[in-house]
Design a protein around this ligand. Structure first.
Ligand code: SF4
Length: 741
């Protein structure tokens, strides 16, 4: 058995099957993995969210398990500047020495952690604990900051809780009116599109707000196509019309909310013609959308990255939340506001401590009561826990600078491709004294690392994920990791052991000069054993690498928090197709629907927030006369580390491209397939032209799944939202030209 070994928890039909979930997006489609003669097949599985459906990414997910580029041994950068195979002992020694040297010379915060929204709940939790207890650094954040942070912040300030959908996905199919803002699920989550079809077949109205005519917009009854960065004005105008027409639910506003007057005053100034001038959305379309929402028996408003990835993303989401509250939607059966989360564990990944300002259970790290609760679980004094760190981009932008971290450990992320202003981030990574990347493929970020740790894939590990509905799911292993590969939890446990100072003579359970678990060749440090309260006996969580034990600890740490998992057990998930948090009691109910009686604010009322439109951080000018917006394509996922290596997906979406309108193409003398150079104040990218009338004539679109010359994040803006610290991926000013051969 390898050191990534697991308890057998695969309830497939035979020992060679595992009922699990897709490794990619937040829909977390249920699937069955079946192994025959060493070949793994993905089979459909009826699960409440995807009902047997999978997209092409899900169907092909197993292809990477035995991929020839799979990493199966640690890599160390040698004196010749090349990465070369090494033993785990050598890799750990380099990491531990680097961490110690860095912290001795520059302080604890000189070592940083960068996590990911695809990590299981157990890993996200363990990563936060590792940073705060083993490293005692405040410098930890994760790439979810680039995805959902604006909706999370807006949800917290309005409802006192941040759960992507406060109702099960199936409610979408029953809404009389469904408004999708900056969401393209027909391409990013195809199985979800069946709910849109269902909704329309029942006579419902689907309205899409998007600067592009996306696959989802083509399904819609009404498509509003605003200029990038003007969604907030559209929302305020919709509220203006609702007020004028008497569609505001005054009884609901009076009984269940607070702060409406300030919002009403702002909305009064957003007469539709003003919003049309700014956004380009015709008054008639605004009126039709407002009527569809305001007169519907049930209505749901959903936002996604298109509305959220802006330097005013929190305010934009708040504007749509204000609209939903004014119409009396949240908490009403069949109605509400929600956010479509993006990454696989985008929801759970932001609940359990890998965010700079957070402790497990969605607790704030600056809350003394939260610190005391979590410190007791971790066996440390509350004063030993570091305070809040900085957000993801700010952390990346500090790397290698005189005041920033000098050692970085990356788990489940590829910021060289996914961060804004990526060329600068790449330079920062190169300036580090030590970069460690744990991954199962050599991503663009891993290729820069001093140490690369080969880690297990989704079908080789147990754990839990929390999908876009707040439903906690079981990831179940089909088989063990290949020889030489370790799980992230194993790596964190090993490093914790290696970094832990020797025990005092009086301490119990402190064997001297321990062997690092799972690697008999490695003797690095004496250990004081597991992270336990000094007077607690070691238990099953002792090793720190067993996901079931880590989850048990996570449950205790989250108990009483906003995201309370105390009553969630793996057995309960198995028995019930998942468990919706909050679920504080093992014998009590879970919470598929929130807000029926009260909101999670101190007063129990939802809070309106007055928000005004403001321009994008960077507007067009003579030198940069076009807008650029970014997004995804059906056959690729996030930074593409995985999906670019899957044959069928590579064939379907082989390379980056730049979409431009035929009128613009004609003006520039550009033909289909011509190589384009797109430049902003921060950098440039090159990719072939794709001419399409689905984009506005004043806007370019490029997907963000590729590195190298086609990396659109070389161009994007690193302006940050003042609340969520979300970068402005969705709009910046650029110029474009044809590259002459
Ligand atoms: S990528 Fe998303 S939509 Fe596609 S199969 Fe996986 S979970 Fe489902």
């Amino acid at each position: 058995m390898t050191d990534g070994a697991r308890a057998a928890t695969s309830p497939g039909r035979t020992p060679h099957e595992a009922a699990t979930h897709c490794p990619y997006c937040a829909l977390q489609c249920g699937m069955l993995l079946s192994e025959r003669d060493g070949r793994i097949e993905v089979l459909p599985r009826d699960f409440p969210t995807n009902r047997g459906g999978l997209c092409q990414k899900g169907w092909t997910a197993a292809e990477l398990l035995d991929h020839p580029e799979r990493l199966t041994t640690p890599l160390l950068r040698g004196p010749d500047g090349r990465l070369a195979p090494a033993t785990w002992a050598e890799a750990y020694a380099r990491i531990v020495t680097g961490i110690r040297d860095t912290q001795a010379a520059h302080g604890r915060d000189a070592v940083a952690i960068f996590g990911g929204g695809g990590l299981t709940n157990e890993k996200a939790y363990a990563l936060g604990r590792f940073a705060r207890v083993a490293l005692r650094t405040r410098m930890i954040d994760y790439n979810g900051r680039f995805c959902m942070s604006s909706a999370a912040a807006a949800g917290m300030r309005a409802f006192g809780i941040d759960r992507g959908l406060p109702f099960p996905l199936a409610d979408l199919g029953r809404a009389d009116t469904l408004l999708l803002v900056g969401a393209n699920p027909a391409e990013t989550m195809p199985p979800l599109a069946r709910y849109l079809t269902e909704q329309r077949e029942r006579g419902g109205r689907l309205i899409v707000v998007d600067p592009r005519v996306t696959a989802t917009a083509r399904l819609a009854d009404l498509h509003l196509q605003p200029l990038p960065g003007t969604d907030l004005a559209v929302a305020n105008a919709l509220l203006h019309i609702a007020l004028t027409e008497g569609w505001v639910d005054r009884e609901y506003v009076a009984a269940r909310t607070e702060g409406f007057d300030a919002v009403r005053r702002i909305a009064a100034g957003w007469w539709p013609a003003r919003a049309e001038r700014l956004s380009g959305v015709p008054v008639a379309d605004l009126e039709e959308a407002a009527r569809a929402l305001g007169t519907a028996r049930t209505a749901i408003i959903l936002t996604a990255r298109g509305a959220e990835q802006h330097a005013k993303g929190v305010d934009t989401v708040s504007a749509f939340v204000n609209l939903a509250l004014a119409l009396g939607l949240p908490g009403r059966p069949g109605s509400g506001y929600g956010c479509l989360t993006g990454q696989g564990n985008g929801q759970g990944g932001r609940e359990h401590g890998q965010k700079a300002d957070q402790l497990p259970g969605y607790r704030r790290i600056d809350d003394p009561a939260a610190r005391a609760h979590v410190a007791a679980i971790w066996g440390v004094h509350p004063d030993e826990l570091p305070g809040p760190g900085v957000s993801a981009y700010e952390l990346l932008d500090m790397l290698g600078t005189p005041t920033g971290p000098r050692t970085l450990l990356v788990f489940g992320s590829n910021p060289v491709v996914s961060a804004p202003r990526a060329a600068r981030v790449e330079r920062r990574l190169r300036d580090l004294d030590l970069l460690v990347v744990a991954d199962f493929l050599l991503s663009e970020t891993a290729a820069l690392a001093d140490v690369v740790l080969p880690t297990a894939q989704w079908a080789e590990e147990d754990g839990t994920m929390t999908n876009l509905e707040g439903r906690v799911l079981r990831r179940r292993a089909l088989r063990e990791p290949p020889s030489g590969v370790r799980t992230d939890l194993r790596v964190l446990a090993d490093l914790t052991t290696a970094l832990t100072p020797p025990a005092l003579p009086a301490a119990r359970s402190a064997p001297a000069a321990e062997v690092v678990a799972g690697d008999p060749s490695y003797r690095f440090l004496p250990s004081r054993g597991p992270l336990q309260p000094p007077d607690a006996a070691p238990d099953a969580a002792a090793d720190g690498a067993d996901p079931r034990a880590v989850f048990a600890e996570l449950r205790r740490a989250s108990a009483g928090g906003v995201a309370d998992y105390a009553g969630v057990t793996w057995e309960r998930i198995d028995a019930a197709d998942g468990v919706f948090w909050p679920c504080p009691d093992e014998d009590g109910p879970d919470t598929p629907r929130l807000f029926a009686d009260r909101f999670a604010t101190p007063s129990g009322r939802a809070r309106f927030h007055p928000v005004e439109h403001r321009p994008a951080a960077e507007e067009v000018c003579d030198e940069y006369p076009l807008y650029l917006t970014t997004g995804r394509v059906l056959a690729q996922y996030q930074s593409g580390t995985q999906t670019r290596r899957v044959d069928a997906l590579r064939r379907a979406a082989p390379e980056p491209f730049v979409e431009l309108h035929p009128d613009l193409a004609a003006r520039l003398g550009v033909e289909e397939g011509d190589e384009l150079r797109v430049a902003s104040r921060r950098g440039e990218m090159r990719a072939p032209a794709r001419i399409t009338a689905t984009i506005r004539p004043d806007t370019l679109f490029a997907p963000f799944h590729w590195g190298g010359a086609g990396r659109v994040n070389s161009v994007t803006n690193d302006a940050l939202d003042p609340v969520s610290r979300m970068p402005e991926f969705k709009v910046c000013a650029v110029r474009v030209e044809r590259v002459t051969p």
